[in-house]
Ligand binder design. Structure first.
Ligand code: ARG
Length: 560
């Protein structure tokens, strides 16, 4: 980072105020090929300003710039190509990591302002699907990245615990349910009832009417309805809790949809007051420019998902005073969020500008969408168990005498699942494949964890002692590792600005690759003269891998 700033500073001086340093920093790029240097500055934009060809400008700049950190500078096809002084840069980078440890790459963008992250948010009485897993791991990682960038986060699990489906479920339970069975395996049993309801409702449409009726009873506080609903909710939450525990995820709030039951009327009144509410075929709607109107109340007076989200947005602004608020929810809800933000705008709440829908693609199985209703869903707790037992099998083959095997297998198994998700850009659909997730080579969680463990054991074997006196390795072979370490702070910043954890995932894979190549080519422990310097580099790799994994929500075991 500092290295790039230094080069930008020199360019700024020679550009006679034509470009700000910030802009120069953005323009400095990494050349495609190593023989074109380490940083390249394009001069095309300057041609108009100076009325010279880009190549002439590049030549002039290259002739004037001098700095100890620059070893060589060349003008090629309109670019200033900068070759860095490797030894100096390596020293700068490694000293930075050694000094800051896990704080390397931290940056204060948020000024301790509050960011709400609404994520995971499964629906009670339904299984925690692979789709909800996506929201969970993306949301978790975004909150860790936001904290590293100086935000205070509030992690909210907006549980789906209200809506007409609970009327249906109550009907199904009263017709076919069995208490003991539900207690034994709540989610599976409730799902079965839900599926059965939909199958039977295809033949018998009065079931749907009964469902609506029971939902009404629930809304009016009917004791039997409320009792069943509460019970379904508790049983479901305790099942979800197991998954969060496995994944190492915690929330600051579990206020779900039902929490807003008594908070909707005030906001509906406000809409009325502001004159944005209209009647349409007996229902209450807010008409919106360029999109369908937002339905606020149905003809029978019942509220909707959107009504609850409006009440929640207001409640969150009043309670937390957020400057940013993220909703980590699949692509299919993008209209819902556009409408939500547009209604808030209509209401005159400028803070809607800080809200974003962080959307993501689908989890596919054999190229097809996974759906809950037909029961064709991969149950996440089963997936986790399978991943963990495969990881254990792997450990038993590769390192049978490892201590704490079960614990490590948990960290590797869950890590594999999380990493497999986060390495893809969130907008892409992902093909679910346990085999892919658990491979020890290629772009996988276990590969990065394994590289971290390898670095850790090297440090133990070499009896590495961190000292203030940083001795830096200057072999050419270390350079690809150094440049990866150097890039980390920028990767963190970029992944924050684009809400994209995949950049960190890709970066830790690249760093692992560079390190493994280095490890294969250099006898780190065999050369007494260079040993300490090389171990310092290994230590820096360990720190950055561990921190990168942490930002994704993965543990980094010392041994594997
Ligand atoms: N429970 C919803 C679902 O599973 C997601 C809720 C997302 N959060 C929100 N505030 N709408 O589809």
């Amino acid at each position: 980072m500092k290295v790039k700033e230094e080069v930008a500073k020199r360019l700024e001086e020679k550009l006679q105020g034509e470009l700000e340093r910030r802009k120069i920093l953005l323009m400095l790029e990494k050349p495609k090929y190593a023989d074109m240097g380490d940083l390249a500055f394009p001069c095309f934009e300057l041609a108009k300003v100076f009325r010279k060809s880009p190549q002439n400008i590049a030549c002039e700049l290259a002739g004037k710039i001098k700095d100890p950190i620059i070893e060589k500078i060349e003008a090629v096809s309109g670019y200033v190509n900068v070759f860095l002084n490797k030894k100096m840069v390596a020293n700068e980078v490694v000293s930075g990591v050694i000094e800051l440890n896990e704080n390397y790459g931290s940056i204060n963008i948020g000024n301790a302002e509050t960011m709400i992250i609404d994520f995971s948010s499964p629906n009670i009485a339904k299984p925690f699907s692979m789709g909800h897993l996506r929201s969970t791991v993306i949301g978790q990682s975004l909150s860790l990245i936001a904290e590293k960038c100086g935000y205070k986060t509030v992690k909210i699990n907006h549980i789906g615990d209200w809506g007409t489906q609970f009327g249906k479920l109550i009907v199904a339970y009263r017709l076919w349910g069995n208490e003991a069975k539900v207690k034994k395996d709540p989610i599976k049993e409730l799902l079965k009832l839900y599926v059965q309801f939909h199958e039977e409702a295809e033949q018998n449409s009065t079931l749907n009417d009964q469902g609506r009726e029971w939902f009404k009873k629930l809304e009016h506080g009917n004791e039997e309805a409320l009792g069943l609903w509460k019970w379904f909710r508790e049983e479901s939450l305790s099942e979800f809790e197991k998954i969060y525990e496995e994944l190492g995820i915690t929330f600051d709030s579990y206020h779900g949809e039902a929490f807003y039951n008594d908070k909707m009327q005030p906001i509906v009144d406000l809409m009325e007051e502001k004159g944005i509410l209209e009647e349409s075929e007996g229902a209450q709607v807010v008409p919106l420019a360029g999109m369908p109107p937002c339905l606020i109340k149905k003809r029978d007076g019942s509220t909707l998902y959107a009504t609850r989200d409006l009440a929640a947005a207001l409640y969150r602004q009043e309670t937390y005073g957020f400057s940013k608020s993220l909703y980590v929810v699949g692509n299919e809800q993008s209209l819902h969020f556009q409408q939500l933000f547009a209604v808030l705008k209509e209401m005159g709440y400028n803070w809607y500008e800080g809200m974003s829908h962080i959307s993501f693609g689908m989890m596919l199985k054999d190229g097809k969408k996974m759906s809950t209703r037909k029961g064709k869903v991969v149950l996440l707790d089963e997936v986790i168990q399978e991943a963990v037992s495969l990881a254990l099998k792997n450990i038993n083959e590769k390192n049978p005498s490892l201590e704490n095997k079960d614990n490590v297998a948990r960290q590797v198994g869950t890590g594999a699942i999380i990493f497999h998700d986060l390495k893809h850009h969130r907008q892409h659909d992902i093909e679910f494949s346990l085999d892919d997730m658990l491979r020890f080579e290629g772009e996988t969680g276990p590969y990065v964890q394994y590289t971290h463990a390898r670095a850790s054991s090297l440090l133990v074997k070499g009896q590495f002692n961190k000292t203030d006196e940083v001795e830096v390795v200057d072999d050419e072979l270390a350079w690809p590792v150094v440049t990866q370490l150097m890039a980390f702070p920028e990767v963190v910043k970029r992944s924050f600005h684009t809400y994209d954890p995949s950049q960190i995932a890709k970066h830790v894979v690249e760093l692992s690759r560079a390190f493994n190549q280095y490890y294969g080519a250099v006898r780190v422990l065999d050369d007494p003269i260079h040993k300490q310097a090389r171990l310092t580099l290994v230590y820096s790799v360990k720190v950055v891998l561990k921190e990168g994994l942490r930002l994704l929500g993965l543990k980094a075991p010392e041994k594997m």
